[in-house]
Design a protein around this ligand. Structure first.
Ligand code: ADP
Ligand code: MG
Length: 450
């Protein structure tokens, strides 16, 4: 392995063990520049960065490099030539925000891919998207200031935050957008203290027309940084500048943040993003597959949308994995490959090797309705019910595509199948008898499949 591969592999390992924000702030910027004797030489952006990783991540890096290389490599650090020049933060932010006269021509703080157009809308995020659009179109309106977008990991908060920035950047070039994660804000602040440049620090953030701060929950426990942020917030707010923040929960529920900050956060509009529902997941998979030039049949799209439920990031990485599998093994992406990738992702036997027939047989034994009737056309109540139970179990346990289920159960169309699943989902909760039958069958079928 050469040094680049060693570092690449180490980074992959580190990525798995660190929160994403920490990974992108502290590990992504590190470059490997070579091996000398038994040392792996890593380049870091500046002295402060070096000190920070030495005190926080020294062991992590050392251990992962050892594991990745299989050797007892030592790590040596060097500061990148640009980082050696002492730059103040103001200068740095100006470099990230390039201006030509009164027009901004580049903003490196924003991820260009995160736009409103590429943000797929569903019932789970509609309101958040509408609020984001509104703020981007007329920043600083009182009712929307500050705007707090909150929700769990991988729901698209960062995406929406940058989308606001990108929209303003595109359409209101005279407005200064400053975008930073709370980690970066903290980092800039600490490094300004070290360099006696706190005045510069304040200026750089307070000249924003729109301030976008990602993941404010990471301010928790950092009293001095909160103090700074409080003043920045107030100054901007009083001047009618827009502030947008993201958080992992409703501001009122955040712990470790000063009450006066929380009350500021709650004074505008807070909108949440919920986990995507099935239809939105399917839409996202379709879109992401297309973006990656991946042709997927509807069966596979549905299979992914059915099983990968946690968040959008997981959906995205499932597609990337599929792509990797397909190109490494030079195989077509078929249903079984998709199943395999999903199994790997879920890390357990969620998809069982039992079949639709097995399910219908067990439902028939339990309900005493003949298999032929279950897959037939009769609308008699107890038959229809056994059919709905079977359909529901096929979806839940096998993740069988709607279309295939429809064909199996007497050529019904996929909206009928969706309807059956919804009805059953409801009944299992409200009707004890059905809840028990379904619960038992589910457990038993899952068990026999292991
Ligand atoms: P969060 O900040 O809430 O943890 P991110 O904004 O980083 O989540 O989103 C994770 C990934 O999922 C990103 O690549 C983002 O583009 C994508 N994503 C999230 N929600 C959507 C959506 N509604 N439409 C399209 N892509 C989305
Ligand atoms: Mg985020």
């Amino acid at each position: 392995m050469n040094h680049l591969d060693v570092w690449k592999e180490s980074k992959e390992r580190i990525k798995k063990s660190q929160p994403q924000h920490a990974f992108s702030t502290w590990f992504e910027p590190i470059k490997s520049i070579g091996l000398s004797d038994d040392d792996l030489v890593l380049e870091v952006p500046n002295q402060f960065f070096f000190e920070w990783i030495q005190s926080h991540y020294k062991e992590t890096i050392q251990n992962e490099v050892k594991r990745a290389s299989g050797y007892d490599l030592k790590i040596k650090y060097t500061v990148s030539p640009e980082g050696r020049e002492e730059k103040n933060i103001n200068q740095k932010i100006d470099e990230e925000n390039v201006w030509a006269g009164k027009r901004q021509i580049k903003n490196k703080q924003l991820n260009e891919k995160y736009t409103l157009a590429s943000f797929i809308e569903g019932t789970n995020n509609q309101f958040a998207k509408a609020a984001a659009r509104n703020v981007a179109e007329s920043p600083g309106k009182q009712a929307f200031n500050p705007l707090v977008i909150y929700g769990g990991v991988g729901m698209g908060k960062t995406h929406l935050l940058h989308a606001i920035g990108n929209r303003v950047f595109k359409e209101k070039r005279e407005k200064r957008v400053v975008c930073a994660s709370s980690e970066k804000f903290t980092l800039d602040f600490i490094s300004s203290i070290q360099k006696n440049r706190t005045v510069d620090f304040s200026k750089s953030y307070r000249k924003a027309d729109i301030l976008l701060i990602d993941d404010v929950q990471f301010f928790q426990g950092k009293e001095q940084t909160q103090e700074q942020f409080f003043h920045t917030f107030n100054e901007l707010f009083q001047a009618g500048k827009q502030i947008v923040m993201t958080a992992d929960r409703y501001p009122g529920e955040m712990v470790g943040l000063q009450d006066r900050l929380l009350s500021r956060f709650s004074s505008g509009l807070s909108v949440d993003i919920q986990p995507p529902d099935f239809e939105t997941r399917v839409a996202i998979v379709m879109e992401k597959a297309e973006q990656n030039g991946l042709k997927l049949s509807y069966d596979i799209i549905e299979l992914i949308g059915t099983h990968i439920k946690k968040n959008v990031r997981e959906l995205e990485s499932t597609i990337i994995r599929l792509l990797a599998h397909a190109s490494l093994s030079k195989k077509e992406i078929d249903f079984s490959l998709a199943k395999q990738v999903i199994k790997e992702r879920l890390g357990s036997n969620i998809i069982y090797d039992i079949t639709v027939e097995d399910i219908v047989r067990r439902v028939s034994e339990t309900t005493h309705i003949k298999e032929k009737e279950i897959v037939g056309a009769s609308r008699k109540m107890e038959i229809a019910e056994a059919r709905q139970i079977s359909i529901y179990l096929c979806r839940e346990i096998l993740g069988t595509p709607l279309v295939s289920i429809g064909m199996y159960f007497g050529g019904r169309d996929h909206s009928t199948i969706i309807h059956a699943c919804r009805v059953m989902e409801d009944k299992t909760k409200k009707d004890q008898r059905i809840g028990r039958i379904v619960g038992e069958l589910k457990r038993e079928l899952s068990f026999s499949a292991n």
